[in-house]
Design a protein around this ligand. Structure first.
Ligand SMILES: [Zn+2]
Length: 228
């Protein structure tokens, strides 16, 4: 009965967005719920020889101890910025009691966890993990056309909690989501710019310096569109 669930896929951010898109017509997300695991910590994750065991351990705790039917969250962001699959996106999460479902069929919040203890003095939400959290939050509110007010930290839903961690400022997080929106670019747009304008300019460039600069700009576009 408590056999290890065989698999949780691990995605890059760009792969996860491709995975999300077909769900826009299948499920309505009403909010984005942002959590930090507290435990497992980033240190636990770093120590684990097989990273998937960390996800499976959460799944086991959520199903066997908490009896939530499946892992609580739809997605888990690891300290390297990868996104691990969680419960089905079609199912309401076990996010915060009283806030898991919108009382309408096929409507519920999208819930993600970030692995780490982000309370003051513990670990830091930063680098690739923070970038993925910001980009994923923006992807959900953009694809499901939600206002920024529907981004909720767990502690806003349950004031007894510090989750996602007392060192994570909601205002700073929202500011990053807003900044990212202004530079976010779809891979299709980036590739159009590269093939229609940068590539001809590269072939026409007279000097190596010019070619290098065009190459650099193309790489920046690939990065901005989540392709690198
Ligand atoms: Zn939480």
């Amino acid at each position: 009965m408590t056999a290890e669930r065989k698999n949780f896929r691990r995605f890059t951010y760009a792969e996860y967005v491709d995975y999300l898109k077909p769900f826009v017509s299948k499920v309505k997300f009403s909010q984005v719920h942002v959590h930090g695991t507290w435990k497992p910590t980033i240190a636990d994750y770093r120590k684990a020889a097989e990273k998937i065991k960390i996800i499976q351990a959460m799944w086991r705790f959520h199903t066997v101890t908490n009896n939530w039917g499946d892992i609580a969250q739809h997605a888990t962001i690891d300290p390297d910025g990868f996104i691990w699959e969680g419960r089905s996106l079609l199912e309401a999460p076990a996010s915060a009691s009283g806030y898991n479902d919108a009382d309408l069929d096929g409507v519920h919040p999208f819930m993600f966890e970030m692995i780490g203890n982000f309370d003051v003095g513990a670990e830091k939400l930063e680098g690739a993990q923070l970038a993925t959290a910001v980009k994923l939050t923006n992807a959900i509110i953009s694809l499901w056309k939600l206002p920024e007010s529907q981004i909720k930290f767990h502690r806003e839903l349950n004031p007894a909690k510090t989750c996602p961690g007392s060192s994570v400022s909601k205002a700073s997080f929202l500011a990053l989501v807003r900044d990212w929106r202004s530079v976010d670019m779809s891979p299709a747009d980036a590739n159009t710019i590269i093939s229609k304008w940068l590539s001809p300019a590269w072939f026409a460039a007279a000097t190596k310096a010019e070619k290098d600069e065009i190459h650099r700009l193309a790489e920046e576009l690939r990065k901005a569109s989540g392709q690198l």
